[in-house]
Design a protein around this ligand. Sequence first.
Ligand SMILES: Nc1nc2c(ncn2[C@@H]2O[C@H](COP(=O)(O)OP(=O)(O)OP(=O)(O)O)[C@@H](O)[C@H]2O)c(=O)[nH]1
Ligand SMILES: [Mg+2]
Length: 337
Amino acid sequence: MNFQYIPKIDNADQILDIAFRAGKESYSRAKAKHKKSDPFIRLKNSEHASVETVARIIEKRITKIVDYFPMIDDLPDFYRELMLNSLDTGSLKKSITSLKWCSAKITELKKQYLRQASATKDKTLLEKSKKGLYGRISSIIKKNNDNLIFLDSARKVMKKFPDIKTDIPTIAITGYPNVGKSSLLKAITGSDPKIASYAFTTLGLNTGYIKTRKGELQLVDAPGTFDRDRMNPIEMKAVLAIKHIADLVIFMIDPSESCGYSTDEQLGLLKRLHQMFRKDFLVLLNKSDLIEKQAIEELMKEVCRTAPVNSVLEISTLNKKNLRTLKSILLKRIKDK
Ligand SMILES: Nc1nc2c(ncn2[C@@H]2O[C@H](COP(=O)(O)OP(=O)(O)OP(=O)(O)O)[C@@H](O)[C@H]2O)c(=O)[nH]1
Ligand SMILES: [Mg+2]
């Protein structure tokens, strides 16, 4: 799902300004069109055109805003929990309801005006009731200014939601910073995440896809150390992705410790994540190009003592060691689910 393209939401003054300006233009156009008509009919037609335009523009703008915000209860679990954790969803629902009411009210007032205007033969009354209508429209929209401002701030939060598919087989790649998670994503999916020799390079959830016979396999680079008391917004998104979307979790270890974390620390995180998520885990010992075979074998035994994971594989994203094997393991493990 993608929330990245919700357009900016105007405030009350901006909406009114656009609507009334367009109303004025419609008025002038209608006046020019009915140049030869009786002056009262000409006025009536011009006023009608103006009112229709003002109401149409406001109704259209509000419908667009309302349509962009999804019904929270209809969202997939991942996005629903993400919304609940990152937004005041009560205020969101209230703002949307209020805007819907506001649009319906403006439609009703417009119809009321047009009925009265069609019936009248009094020029002063015609002009007075249009003035009254525009006054009420302004006041209704201005009363909703806080809702419009709130929705625009919600839009900015939602823009940062990751674009993840929630209905295809998915693998989450976890592990300490700098162990090579993004390098793996790039090597096996061809996506192009940022890779660097310092920790916390990935500041969002990168995704990559592998084509399979039945469709696609999604890989999500889920960065973070997942310290319960100090989780940042990216880690929170990663936790939700692992919890709600991942069918399999890859835990990546850097046995060379060039990532800046000892193997003991990394095994500690593996244990914690395994207990936290209770999912199917596959452990990868990356950067095998930097370490002796014997050290790798010892670490494999250590991994199995730490957590009952289903398989451990040594790889190197640098020289592509075992990446083909890994791909076929992933496809098989996902097929079995
Ligand atoms: N020697 C060697 N270096 C590797 C290997 N895989 C990744 N690296 C290097 O390790 C560093 C970190 O790689 P990233 O892919 O950015 O690591 P990450 O786990 O995504 O890091 P964060 O985004 O900070 O969590 C980079 O300098 C990579 O070039 C490997 O197999 N061998
Ligand atoms: Mg990364």
